[in-house]
Design a protein around this ligand. Structure first.
Ligand SMILES: [Zn+2]
Length: 256
């Protein structure tokens, strides 16, 4: 079953002739490309039988590398568009996520807790570290419990939290720390300390408990829910869940 799914991911369809070129697309018509006619023959790709595969005419299973190379331009443009969209949905809305009622909701629901921040949480020189990704639930706990991850907003003197930092674990120097004020949304550069390792090591104390939600909700749906909750605060408060239920779904812990 898995093989069939993987193969279907790499099928192209020839949709037109253009001199020595062929116009191609993927099965969803999402990406378009142009290749030399000879490439199909040189690679010994055979047309898929429409009857056997219940598929349109002129389809070829070309494998991952050809598929990605031939449709590269459109695939990259789409990835960039999604990345920008996700970035703009997540970071400016941190002020919304940290509101008390929203924070409680996110921490008690694995599908929201496990939403991964679009960008890496930190960047560091010299050392490869695969734990640069972070979930929203971990971020909320870190901001709540760890003073090194917050600073005072220069504009309104409110609490400003660090959502990205970078530096060197060898010298301990911090190069950058992007923060956003949870009161007024003002963004700046700074943390509760200038020492990179203080932030980095604090981050490593937090670890997701397995199993976290395999398919978290989308950022878009979370933002909608948070906005609705904030606008209808009275309705939400009337419908309070018992406290013991709220704690039952916490899916991350601090390691001592
Ligand atoms: Zn502020």
């Amino acid at each position: 079953m898995k093989n069939t799914e993987q193969q279907q991911d790499y099928i192209i369809r020839i949709v037109g002739n253009d001199g020595e070129f062929l116009q191609i697309t993927d099965l969803q018509n999402k990406y378009k490309g142009k290749i030399y006619k000879s490439l199909i023959e040189d690679n010994h790709f055979e047309m898929m039988d429409p009857k056997i595969y219940s598929i349109a005419e002129n389809c070829y299973n070309v494998g991952k590398s050809c598929f990605e190379y031939w449709l590269k331009k459109d695939i990259e443009a789409e990835a960039k568009r999604i990345r920008t969209e996700q970035f703009n949905l997540f970071y400016p809305n941190i002020t919304l996520f940290v509101k008390e009622e929203n924070q409680k909701m996110i921490l008690s629901n694995p599908n929201y807790y496990s939403i991964v921040a679009p960008e890496n949480f930190y960047r560091m020189s010299y050392i490869y570290d695969k734990r640069t990704k972070i979930t929203l639930g971990e971020l909320l706990q870190i901001w709540e419990n760890e003073p090194v991850f917050s600073t005072t907003c220069k504009k309104c003197k409110g609490k400003s939290v660090v959502y990205f930092f970078g530096g060197s674990p060898l010298s301990g120097t911090m190069f950058e720390a992007e923060n956003i004020c949870v009161e007024c949304g003002n963004r700046g550069n700074g943390a509760g300390t200038h020492i990179f390792n203080a932030l980095w090591k604090t981050r490593l104390k937090y670890k997701s408990i397995e199993p976290v939600a395999e398919k978290p909700d989308t950022i878009e749906s979370l933002v909608k829910t948070c906005k609705w909750g904030s606008e209808n605060k009275e309705l939400v408060e009337d419908d309070k869940m018992p406290k013991n239920q709220k704690k039952s779904h916490i899916c991350s812990q601090k390691i001592n």
